[in-house]
Design a protein. Structure first.
Length: 209
């Protein structure tokens, strides 16, 4: 039962195949994830799938069918080059979108964005307001509209996944700074700028938050 007043969550689900899921996650149990999803009483559940060429890109339609049938919102994310070997796994979302439009799964002229969101959404053909989201950090840089911040469990604030130099927020808060100084520092940090280089992003699994 949802007693926390949370109205939306994101869940990573990179495959519907048990062996592929375990290969991608390293230790994950697909059945447990699916069982928990069936019992979550939260209105908006977004399912994030990082597409990996030759590994799970053949599951796009299956993931759409699985998620939409349960009123989840599927979102496909391009693989970022967090390590050299990831380069061979990249597949562009634009290719996936074209394939889905050609198969008459997505409506061609239905693309829409949400202010502050990295995702663009396409309407599913023949459905009532059902959409599929695509997040394309590699092929479609959205730095200017991005408002995301990530705070790690050890107190470091990342303004961007492509920024290897996070801010040590814990030291700022532990120091003798006044509330006004802390506020001014945060305001300065929030003036995000697009990174000069788009390679070597932070590995999400190492962030701890």
């Amino acid at each position: 039962i949802n007693r926390s007043n949370i109205n939306g969550i994101n869940v990573s689900l990179d495959s519907l195949d048990r062996d592929v899921y375990r290969k991608i996650t390293g230790h994950g149990d697909l059945d447990t994830v699916k069982k928990n999803l069936e019992h979550v009483q939260i209105k908006k559940i977004k399912i994030n799938t990082v597409l990996l060429k030759g590994i799970n890109d053949h599951e796009v339609e299956d993931i759409i069918n699985y998620t939409v049938s349960r009123n989840f919102i599927p979102r496909f994310i391009e693989c970022m080059e967090t390590k050299p070997s990831n380069k061979d796994l990249f597949i562009s979302n634009s290719l996936i979108i074209r394939q889905l439009i050609n198969k008459r799964i997505l409506m061609k002229d239905s693309r829409r964005g949400i202010p502050g969101s990295a995702a663009e959404y396409y309407s599913l053909r023949g459905s009532d307001n059902k959409t599929v989201g695509f997040i394309s950090p590699v092929s479609n840089r959205f730095c200017k509209s991005c408002n995301r911040l990530r705070l790690t469990s050890n107190g470091y604030l990342y303004l961007c996944l492509f920024n290897q130099k996070p801010e040590n927020i814990s030291e700022l808060l532990k120091g003798a700074s006044t509330d006004e100084e802390v506020s001014d520092r945060f305001k300065a940090l929030l003036l995000k700028k697009a990174p000069e280089r788009m390679n070597n992003p932070v590995d999400m699994r190492s962030m701890g938050g």
